[in-house]
Ligand binder design. Structure first.
Ligand code: WTA
Length: 660
């Protein structure tokens, strides 16, 4: 960790908390926020214990809040027992929520399905009963490779009901990525669909599972359950593959929830790090659910009348916390959307907000930026043409939101009346960590404001000393929190070295982001300081993409960097040295296409480089280290002003300036 971060711009615009909003807010006004913070400061573990008792339903109450005896492998509420699915479903039975709508599902083609909490409960129980009948039980691992669907939520909830640890793989990952995850997590069950439908196109899913199996080593998987989304004909291996309907046929709509320790892993979700293969981030049951619930109430100010829409996919952590678990545990009505924001036209989000009277809308800056552009080129689908008056709160997640996009969102979508909660968090943190509370904090476009109650975040320099206000540094979290990552599946050492590095004597959780605080104490996130890229809010490791490239027969060496992109935030640029001569012209184009598709197959389409440049070599120091900083300059099209005399081969830079 050597990145030196300079302080950022100061944003002058400030938007005070609308008084009417503050009056009705769950956390109403600064005094209430400060009281929560003071309570947490006095006794952090006691603070979370109180909330856990008040907000979750326990089968067996816990007696101890935080166990630090084996730090940084922290444990929360460990001797308590609960069931996450029972907290999301059973707890609403016999209350007025039972017959309320839990999910409004809108398919790609606009078809709408509504399920009440009672119906969702029955669907989950039936599927869980089916899994039980197939012999699955607590501690087993399931890979879920499903589209955005009610079935996706049901499959996850059914696993939670039985204590089966799920690992959801985003539909945009390839068979190779699936294969790695099936093996690493030790899955014995796979739940998938024949196809997914996005933007009017059918995309195979089951075929990718078959390809993954063909790579060998997946013999532990006993059953593959296939939800027939489109009814496409897919290969079904007899004895192993069954349809969703077969799995639930004749199964009872009751299934007792399995009590699990609060520390029982609820899920493992793979995400990219700066080195090596994706890491399986392991989350707990009790602590995770607690912060999912608290952030729904604090950040989103959730009320029983709200219609909540988080546009993330269940394949990412945002979909876990803010689709499958948080909203349901709170008894909310939520939208689950199968499609994409630009189909059949770029007004789709706005049309859906109007149609379903969405009150809280949570999306990613990359979606906002692409819709800003689309709104300009096709003015008919600009948000001003839709009735968005139901909205009362907006949210942003996944990457820094640039102040221009923030202003556009605030003005055109929120009608200058809705606060925007810019939420900083990570797969590893499990839930929101730093964001404004809409009834408490004045907003500054581009700043994620302040830590949530109970979270102690700060910024330190290389020595671990806290930096002054206005100076940049490493974003760290000082105290453990209930929803935090427990370990990396199969790799506890990597957990320690990644998040509690020796550089800081293991004192802090190191997020991997650079940040600064302004004079008001507001946090400003500057992005990753490691070799992780953020492309359209998707996390990708440069090393992963480099490994994929060099795995191709033609490639001798590769270096991958990010460059800023107006829509996707960052774009992937790959510098490649072939084993043969450096290609040019049409040949270079052809090889670039081959390599792009190759990366698509190795990792997934989301990892395809936007640009590939060929050189006879890469810029290296005399000791053979690739000069990535120079490559970043070249990728951005910047003049290289620094001294290149220490380079082994300075002439190579000219070759790499040419894109193919
Ligand atoms: C970035 C997504 C600035 C950050 C929930 C972090 C953000 C990484 C924000 C985690 C935000 C996420 N402002 N940056 N509001 N939210 N990030 O694991 O770099 O997919 O480390 O979790 O996204 O990405 P992940």
């Amino acid at each position: 960790m050597s990145a030196q971060i300079e302080s950022v711009l100061q944003e002058e615009r400030i938007f005070p908390v609308p008084e009417a909003f503050a009056r009705q807010a769950n956390v109403s006004g600064m005094a209430q926020y400060e009281a929560l913070q003071a309570e947490a400061e006095k006794d952090n573990a006691g603070f979370w214990a109180r909330l856990a008792r008040e907000n979750l339903t326990w089968i067996k109450p816990f007696t101890r809040s935080l166990d630090e005896s084996n730090a940084p492998f922290y444990k929360w509420f460990e001797d308590g027992e609960l069931n996450v699915s029972a907290n999301c479903l059973d707890r609403h039975l016999g209350t007025p929520v039972e017959n309320e709508t839990a999910i409004i599902f809108e398919a790609d083609d606009g078809a709408i399905t509504r399920v009440t909490y009672r119906e969702l409960y029955e669907r989950v129980c039936r599927f869980a009963s089916g899994l039980k009948a197939l012999g699955y039980k607590k501690g087993d691992r399931a890979i879920i490779y499903l589209p955005m669907s009610i079935q996706g939520v049901v499959a996850m909830q059914a696993c939670a009901r039985l204590g089966i640890i799920h690992s959801v793989v985003f539909g945009g990952f390839s068979s190779k990525s699936l294969h790695e995850r099936i093996i690493d997590v030790g899955a014995t069950l796979v739940v998938t669909a024949d196809e997914q439908v996005r933007g009017g196109r059918n995309i195979p899913l089951k075929a990718a599972i078959d390809e993954a199996f063909a790579m060998g080593g997946c013999e532990a998987v006993r059953k593959v359950i296939v939800y027939q989304r489109t009814g496409a004909k897919v290969a079904m291996e007899s004895g192993r593959d069954i349809t969703w309907d077969q799995a639930i046929e004749g199964q009872p709509a009751e299934c007792a929830p399995e009590p699990v320790s609060a520390e029982h892993p609820l899920f493992v979700l793979y995400t990219s790090g700066s080195t090596g293969k994706p890491k399986g981030v392991q989350h707990s049951s009790g602590g995770f659910l607690l912060q999912a619930v608290m952030s729904m109430k604090w950040t989103f100010d959730l009320k029983p009348e709200d219609v909540f829409w988080c546009t993330a996919d269940i394949g990412w952590v945002t979909g876990h916390t803010y689709i499958t678990y948080g909203p349901l545990a709170c008894g909310a009505t939520e939208i689950v959307f199968e499609g994409i924001p630009t189909w059949p036209n770029s007004g789709r989000f706005w049309e859906m907000i109007a149609r379903h009277k969405v009150t809280i809308f949570y999306t990613a800056p990359t979606a906002i930026r692409s819709l800003v552009k689309a709104g300009e080129t096709s003015p008919d689908h600009h948000p001003r043409n839709y009735d968005l008056s139901s909205l009362r709160l907006l949210g942003s997640v996944g990457e820094p939101i640039n102040p221009e996009a923030w202003m556009w969102y605030y003005t055109n979508v929120g009608g200058e009346r809705c606060p925007i909660v810019d939420t900083w968090w990570q797969t590893e943190t499990g839930a929101h960590m730093i964001n404004p509370l809409p009834g408490v904090h004045a907003l500054k476009p581009g700043s994620c404001a302040m830590p949530l109650p109970g979270i102690e975040a700060t910024i330190v320099d290389e020595t671990g000393a806290e930096v002054e206000r206005g100076k940049g540094g490493f974003l760290v979290i000082k105290k453990p929190w209930p929803a935090m990552i427990r370990t990396i599946w199969n790799d506890p050492e990597r957990f320690k070295s990644s998040y509690y590095p020796a550089d800081f004597q293991g004192r802090y959780y190191v997020a991997g982001d650079g940040a600064s605080r302004d004079l008001d104490g507001y946090f400003w996130i500057m992005g990753r300081i490691d070799d992780v890229l953020n492309v359209s809010g998707h996390r990708l490791g440069t090393m992963e993409i480099e490994s994929a490239l060099v795995a191709h027969d033609l490639v001798a060496e590769a270096a991958v960097v990010g460059r800023p992109d107006d829509v996707t935030g960052e774009a992937i640029v790959a510098f490649v040295v072939l084993k043969g001569p450096r290609p040019s012209g049409a040949e270079a184009k052809e090889v670039a296409t081959t390599l792009r598709n190759w990366v698509g197959k190795e990792i997934g389409p989301i990892a395809k480089p936007k640009e590939i440049r060929f050189g006879e070599n890469l810029p290296k120091t005399r000791s053979g280290k690739i000069m990535r900083r120079l490559l970043r300059n070249v990728a951005k099209g910047e003049e290289v002003t620094q001294d290149v005399s220490t380079l082994e081969n300075p002439a190579i830079l000219d070759q790499l300036k040419e894109a193919s």
